[in-house]
Design a binder for this molecule. Structure first.
Ligand SMILES: Nc1nc2c(ncn2[C@@H]2O[C@H](COP(=O)(O)OP(=O)(O)OP(=O)(O)O)[C@@H](O)[C@H]2O)c(=O)[nH]1
Ligand SMILES: [Mg+2]
Length: 459
């Protein structure tokens, strides 16, 4: 179902900039642009060569709007596979907006978020994983998430999914052949060969599902929460990791009252790090809200850095903190190691049980590096760059993979029970359909709308 409406949008970010780009896609793009563009050369935009950059001016009637370059790209060799025109005008807010409005007045409609890429997908230029990689690429905040997106854009994930689909399709073919020509001497669909194929498919699905947790961390960053009672050095740690005075640090307990979130790039790995209010029982209304927010932020975290202060006796708040992180991946710091320690090893064991901890002074030179090292080891075995594995970093993909895995489990069970071959076929169809959702072969309109609504305008 191809839409023939011509769409238009500003493709560059708003704000002061050297250049701003208005992009159109659709049948009327050239006609619309032609009606507002006066080239310096004799040839009009319509008559000019394909893919040649033209210099000239945009006029609204006889009013000069801007001095521009314009590119006409004719279907099908374009991003959307439709006729595309890009107008490169001066950046800033007014000029690009005027030019956009002129295209709308002349018959284009404003593009929805991601609509250019959606057309590229609908016209077969990209599959859905590649379209999703485009938005991941634009949004990536670390080199590694960028690397993952670039590989996905190249088709690494689609390739992997296609391999699995082919295996499933060959199982189906074998079954169909045996149902249709039961007495022929074609390959016999023995249950044992189906069984080994099913095992292969399950193994490949499991690998992708297992990797998805890493993939998500690579894309969104490791969601890290710093937790501790007041005055233990949480904000000092945040500032240390950011190499910046981001949060207020004072010797007054209860300094931080809000959650403060920022991003740290750990040699390409992204940490989304949150400093919180010190956990304690308090009557102060504002501080209490802060403490509640701190506790809540633990829920969605991938990692908690729990800080204790070894220069003061432990108290009931420290116990609460240990309780809060019971089921969480955590790094435990015994801070202020530069001061004399008042807690004994026995106190520490009573509090921590057999958990490991790091003796540290977060205000000390080089100490932050120890923590960074530990985080890298915990999540990526300290090593990730050379890894060219395929990462599934998208929740939609993970869900579809899990559905495929469930249907495959049923297939396996049916094979073990040697059920009639045509019953197997039904579940295999489900596996194919779930895998097809990932690449977009069997995706519903609703899902497509949702995927593309996450895009920015103009892409
Ligand atoms: N000597 C020493 N002082 C530290 C260390 N870490 C933090 N401090 C000091 O401890 C005090 C509290 O530090 P913060 O970072 O504000 O502590 P916090 O945990 O954020 O405190 P709240 O926001 O009140 O919960 C400040 O005076 C810091 O300079 C350390 O390793 N050694
Ligand atoms: Mg603080």
């Amino acid at each position: 179902m191809m839409s023939t409406e011509t769409i238009s949008a500003i493709s560059t970010a708003t704000g002061e900039a050297g250049i701003g780009i208005v992009r159109m896609s659709g049948e009327k793009s050239v006609e619309i642009a032609n009606s507002m563009f006066k080239p310096i050369s004799k040839k009009s935009l319509t008559d000019s060569e394909n893919r040649k950059l033209l210099y000239g001016h945009i006029y609204d009637g006889d009013k000069l709007i801007d001095e521009v370059l314009i590119a006409k790209m004719m279907a099908p060799s374009t991003y959307t596979r439709e006729d595309v025109v890009e107008i490169y005008c001066h950046g800033g807010i007014i000029s690009v907006r005027k030019i956009l409005n002129m295209t709308l007045d002349r018959g284009a409609r404003i593009a929805e978020p991601g609509e250019f890429t959606k057309r590229a997908f609908l016209n077969g230029r990209l599959d859905l994983t590649q379209a999703e990689a485009v938005i991941d690429l634009i949004k990536s905040k670390s080199e590694i998430s960028y690397d993952v997106s670039i590989r996905q854009l190249e088709g690494s994930l689609s390739g992997k999914i296609e391999e699995i689909r082919e295996k499933v399709m060959s199982m189906t073919a074998l079954i169909v052949a045996n149902i249709d020509f039961p007495e022929d001497e074609i390959v016999e669909a023995t249950y044992s060969s189906l069984n080994s194929d099913a095992k292969d498919v399950i193994k490949s699905l499991d690998e992708l599902i297992e990797n998805s947790n890493r993939g998500k961390l690579l894309r969104d960053g490791i969601n890290t929460v710093i937790l501790g009672k007041p005055n233990v050095g949480k904000s000092s740690l945040l500032n240390g990791l950011l190499r910046d005075e981001r949060a207020i640090v004072t010797d007054i307990p209860g300094t931080t009252r809000d959650v403060i979130t920022d991003y740290v790039n750990l040699e390409g790995i992204l940490l989304k790090i949150t400093d919180t209010a010190g956990i304690r029982n308090t009557e102060d209304k504002v501080e209490k809200i802060g403490v509640d927010l701190a506790k809540k932020s633990i829920e969605d975290s991938d990692l908690v850095i729990a800080i204790f202060d070894g220069s003061r006796p432990f108290d009931i708040n420290d116990e609460e903190i240990i309780n809060l992180i019971k089921n969480k991946k955590s790094i435990i710091l015994m801070n202020k190691s530069d001061l004399s320690r008042v807690v004994s090893e026995k106190d520490i064991r009573e509090l921590l049980g057999d958990r490991e901890y790091l003796d540290i002074s977060v205000v000390g030179q080089g100490e932050i590096l120890k923590i960074e090292e530990q985080i890298k080891n915990m999540f990526f075995d300290g090593e990730i760059r050379e890894n060219s594995e395929v990462y599934v970093n998208n929740l939609r993909h993970v869900r579809a993979l899990k559905r495929a895995r469930e249907s495959m489990d049923e297939v396996k069970l049916d094979i073990d029970n040697e059920v009639f071959l045509d019953l197997l076929e039904v579940n295999l169809e489900d596996v194919l359909s779930s895998l097809g959702e990932i690449t977009g072969q069997t995706t519903t309109e609703d899902v497509l709308d949702k995927v593309f609504s996450e895009f920015c305008i103009g892409k």
